[in-house]
Design a protein around this ligand. Sequence first.
Ligand SMILES: [Zn+2]
Length: 276
Amino acid sequence: MKKPRTRRAMIAYLGSHSRYDTMRSWNLGTSFSRNIKLTRLTFPDQETCHRAFDLLNVAEAFDEFDTIISEFDIRHNHYWQIESNGRSGGYLVLYSGGKREMGYKSYCPSCGQRNYKQAPSWGEQPETQEEKLQAYFRTHRHWRDEVYLEQPEVKAIGINEDRILQIIREERKLGDVFSTTNKCGVCGNPRLNYTSPVYTFYRDTGTIGESNPEDYKDWETGSLKNLVDVVWDFDKTVDKAIRAFIDFCKKHEAVEDSILVRNPIMIAIPLKKEAA
Ligand SMILES: [Zn+2]
């Protein structure tokens, strides 16, 4: 099938595409979907199909499948996402969503606690003269620059006045982003700063496209085309993921891993002879 280009073909493609609930059926949201139950897939032969049922218990059989699906999310910057839904995840559904920066600047590698402030360059206590001045400023940030020169604590640090003013100006530029020590507020161990922003991903459960195919007739052609682009990529991605799984099933069979006698799990091994 070729990608629909005309208005009529786009409406036919979107309007006849299978749909599924985005959450539970009572939520009423629906979106474009694909049935990926094994009984609905086309296998090259019976043997491959039988092996596929056993390989369902093998995580490795889905490595490439999962990669292909998550690449879709990344390609669309998480604005569009593919997620399974339905009992036992028998459907892949197209969702809209996005990512939000969480604002965390540091974390504790010992207990996992996150913090909205950066850890300072020093450890528990500032050591050098300049660090002492930075620490003092960070806890007394609301004065005019000259006021700092008069403070006994600042004078005691022993830096010349020009350098004091220079450091204070640099600090103001950085903003109120540091905590005073690097200690974790929960367990007391040293925190580390994140080197890139921390995101959280969210997913909407509203309806995507029209649940009544007739309603596409009111859509502008540009909007139809944008949605076709996404749904087309969704279909191609699901096709590719299914092919990856079937290819795996052509070349592997599930056997019980005899090493873990008390709690046997299935693992995949390559077939001796490649199935036709
Ligand atoms: Zn901690």
